[in-house]
Design a protein around this ligand. Structure first.
Ligand code: FAD
Length: 423
């Protein structure tokens, strides 16, 4: 009993999932306003839940991947703190709860007709659209690197296969071997994550008898999130293993050669690196850019009070694809944006007052076992932009018990986050 506009293939694409969604109670509720969500990640899955709880709209989630891999705790897996299974989730829970899950890629948006075009040719009409497609990588941003080179020099910034590749490569780095991380320019997904990744790599190397390995971070930025805390942690836990090169020290990245594992900076050439992790510049997911919802920055401008696209009031853009001020690109932030967007969307549809917007983000970073630091902020619309109204960051040389507690908080947040999305 597929709705008009969605092909049977779209609905039947994933067997167990399709069975669950064909039985879902909402299918009969044809008169409800149609909200279509693109992307079942931190933003999209949370938006689906909030809308579902309200009960006044039909919620359709378009997501091509059968499994979501929570890249937001992948550094802990690299470090050996959790299993890969703790990162992977299916969409059956959302389908059972009443979300109509369409296992298809969204190819284009016909904004005039308010219709989403799917990869299999199907069409999905919508009254309101929520886009949470995450990021695309700018494959031209690192000279010598390209999509064809992502196996030789993995990014591991988006999904499962790349993450597994990075872990395999990390596990083969010999004692005394060299890892180079090319850090991205601002703005990018999760500001502390490249540096937490370096910490987790160092932890893994050190605890597996390879403490003679070195990790060099070549950064285009003159400073980075929680810099002092990371550098203090590297000196304490991994002396001599992690070296951060600001652009005035490295004299800038010149090029990489994926065939030989070479990284050339203005200051030095690193040859035969055992692993080069290229984290390139980023931009909003292609579906949002293709629909004309991004500006010249490559990101999607939004109304700070609602997360509605600044370019189309029928579309809300949440998560990493959006740009609207000072809130960082994090899963925590995506969840809070999902909540604001869903409430504003419902208020708009049903002629109610839009509730005041308030956003939050906390990013915990694990530096070593039981040594987690965090940066938190609260954000509100101020003069049309999302501004930080309150922020805290861990202090230097905090007591070990506090650092341990912060790691417990991190684990608790993750459990609650993924249960909220997929449970
Ligand atoms: C190494 C690393 C560590 C991180 N650590 C943290 C952390 O500790 N805490 C934290 O809060 N955040 C962290 N983050 C950031 C967090 O992962 C992102 O901010 C968050 O996932 C953004 O959510 P999103 O919904 O925008 O995108 P995603 O979660 O990436 O979801 C996007 C979804 O859209 C789908 N999609 C894309 N295009 C289409 C299309 N055309 N049609 C249909 N579906 C589509 C994708 O398949 C995907 O499932 C980390 C990120 C990285 C890389």
């Amino acid at each position: 009993m597929a709705r008009a506009g969605v092909s049977r293939r779209a609905l039947l694409g994933g067997s167990a999932l399709a069975a669950a969604l064909l039985c879902a109670p909402h299918v009969a509720a044809q008169a409800l306003p149609r909200v279509v969500i693109v992307g079942g990640g931190a933003g999209g899955a949370n938006a689906a839940r909030t809308l579902l709880r309200d009960g006044r709209v039909e919620v359709t989630l378009v997501e091509p991947e059968p499994l979501y891999v929570a890249v937001f705790h992948s550094n802990l897996w690299l470090g050996g703190f959790i299993d890969f299974a703790a990162l992977a989730f299916g969409y059956q829970g959302l389908a059972r709860a009443g979300v109509r899950v369409v296992p298809q890629r969204a190819d284009a948006i016909d904004r005039e007709r308010r219709e989403l075009r799917l990869a299999d040719g199907g069409r999905l009409p919508y009254d309101r659209l929520i886009l949470s497609p995450g990021i695309d990588l700018d494959y031209d941003s690192v000279p010598g690197w390209s999509r064809a080179a992502e196996t030789a020099m993995p990014h591991a910034w988006k999904g499962g296969a790349q993450l597994r590749l990075l872990k395999e490569r990390l596990d083969k780095v010999p004692d005394g071997g060299l890892i180079v991380i090319i850090a991205p320019p601002n703005p990018f997904r999760c500001p502390p994550a490249p540096y937490e990744r370096a910490s987790m790599m160092a932890h893994r190397l050190k605890t597996t008898g390879r403490g003679g390995a070195r990790i060099i971070i070549v950064d285009p930025k003159p400073k980075f999130s929680m810099q002092g805390l990371f550098q203090e942690g590297w000196e304490g836990h991994y002396p001599g293993m992690v070296e951060w090169m600001a652009p005035d020290i490295s004299d800038g990245l010149v090029s990489v050669d994926p065939a030989t594992g070479t990284v050339v900076t203005g200051f030095e050439t690193y040859r035969e690196a055992a692993l080069v992790n290229v984290i390139p510049a980023q931009k909003a997911g292609a579906i949002a850019r293709g629909a004309g919802l991004a500006d010249a920055s490559g990101w999607c401008p939004v109304e700070a009070a609602s997360m509605a696209s600044a370019l189309d009031p029928a579309v809300f853009v949440i998560g990493d694809a959006a740009i609207g001020g000072e809130i960082p690109k994090s899963a925590f932030a995506a969840g809070s944006q999902a909540d604001v967007a869903a409430r504003a969307l419902l208020a708009g549809l049903f002629g109610e007052a839009v509730p005041p917007a308030s956003y939050a983000s906390t990013c915990w970073s694990l530096i070593a076992a039981d040594d987690a630091v965090k940066v938190s902020g609260h954000y509100r619309p101020v003069d049309g932009r999302i501004r930080e109204v309150e922020g805290t960051v861990s202090g230097a040389r905090e007591p070990a018990a506090l650092r341990r507690r912060q790691q417990e908080e991190n684990a608790d947040w993750y459990r609650a986050m993924v249960a909220g999305m997929f449970g």
